[in-house]
Design a protein around this ligand. Structure first.
Ligand code: NAD
Ligand code: WQD
Length: 330
């Protein structure tokens, strides 16, 4: 069934890919974004990649009146608008709680008033903290090691409580592992406003020559080559996971959480090697101390999403590096 879907944070990295895939699946898309970490050209890129137009509203999800007007005629919400920099969240916890928790509460409140009860939430593997069991199932204990992670953990708890309070709610939290890659057309790219801290942007900057070398944060972890292992999921797979979630909302009620990952780990050195193959460039690197707060390995057990949402990741890390490289070349 075709739905009118409100995508908050739809001009951002993941949101723009989600918007394109929702449009391809036949849904109508409305985007709300305040451009705190994106800019209006992202909307043009979405429309070019999808070959369709989207309704866009510049504004904040914390603006209840704006949300009420925006929700008119909406069937479901994908809530991606959030601040996401772990280090910044330690320095400015109130900004994170205000935006990520305050925004969520206001949005849910407006949804209840507008009688829109279908909700997909951008959660994160960060809710597993330093998991003892890898691959990590959804049933693993939850914890947070920084204010950003706390906002995801609290948000999930708020969503559980809201779902219990009124059985009209159908809510899915999607716990993304490490999103990488770009739309294969090269039209959409990750364009954060600040300095990127994640591995893939650093690797791409070094391949372009904009960064002298990649700092490899530790090679003494308990992993096959000693460097950190992560489950790098292509943003197109994440996007198809959201389409599956939107389609799955009709047949369920209450709150559920699903891992979105490949189920296999790639080390820092393996990711650098894949980026070298994709770019044809030699990527200088230097082993330095571990980054405080990092875990050795974070890999999803994605079987629940496979069984219950009928979703499986299909892109490889090599494809992600090729697509990231193509999006840089434009
Ligand atoms: P992003 O910063 O590229 O996108 C977020 C978008 O939300 C931006 O366009 C920003 O301008 C907008 N925004 C933020 N606060 C807003 C507000 N109050 N009102 C309106 N718009 C607002 O980030 P992303 O990587 O696309 O992440 C999307 C979601 O996925 C976030 O909720 C993030 O926490 C979550 N997530 C991201 C990752 C990752 O590594 N990228 C991993 C797990 C979960
Ligand atoms: C990956 C690996 C680093 C940079 C973060 C957030 C998490 C989620 C995704 C939102 C690790 C190593 C990194 C570099 C390196 N975001 N590394 N040199 O830390 O797994 O997850 O983004 O929800 O909450 O914490 O991702 O890309 O920063 O690091 O060696 O310059 O690369 O040590 O092993 P991380 P990352």
């Amino acid at each position: 069934m075709s739905k009118r879907v409100l995508v908050t944070g739809g001009a951002g990295y993941i949101g723009s890919h989600v918007a394109v895939e929702l449009l391809h699946a036949g849904h109508e898309v409305v985007i709300v974004d305040n451009y705190v970490n994106s800019s209006p050209p992202a909307i043009t890129a979405i429309e070019a990649a999808a070959g369709q137009s989207v309704t866009t509203i510049e504004g904040d999800v914390g603006d209840r009146d704006l949300m009420l007007v925006t929700l008119d005629g909406v069937d479901a919400v994908v809530h991606m608008a959030a601040l996401k920099a772990v280090g910044e969240s330690v320095e400015k916890p109130l900004a994170y709680y205000h935006n990520n928790i305050g925004g969520l509460v206001t949005l849910l409140d407006a949804m209840a008033e507008a009688e829109v009860f279908q909700f997909v939430f951008s959660s994160s593997a960060t809710v597993y903290g330093d998991a003892k069991e890898v691959p990590i199932p959804e049933t693993a204990p939850l914890s947070a090691t920084n204010p950003y992670g706390q906002t995801k953990l609290m948000a999930e708890q708020i969503l559980r409580d809201v779902a219990i309070s009124d059985d009209r709610w159908s809510i899915l939290a999607l716990r993304y592992f490490n999103p990488v890659g770009a739309h294969p057309s090269g039209i959409i790219s990750e364009a954060p406003k600040g300095k990127p801290n994640n591995l893939m942007p650093a690797v791409m900057a070094a391949a372009r020559g904009d960064l002298d070398k990649v700092m490899v944060f530790g090679d003494d972890y308990d992993t096959p080559d000693g460097t950190g292992m992560r489950d790098y999921i292509h943003v197109m797979d994440l996007a198809s996971g959201h389409v599956a979630a939107i389609d799955g909302l009709d047949s369920r009620q209450g709150f559920d959480a699903y891992n979105l990952g490949l189920g296999s780990g790639v080390s820092v050195l393996e990711l650098i090697a894949a980026a070298e193959r994709a770019s044809g460039q030699t990527i200088p690197r230097e082993i330095v101390d571990r980054r405080p707060g990092d875990v050795a390995a974070s890999v999803a057990d994605p079987s629940r999403a496979q069984t219950e949402l009928g979703w499986t990741a299909t892109y490889t890390v090599d494809q992600a590096c090729e697509d990231n490289w193509r999006s840089q070349e434009r």
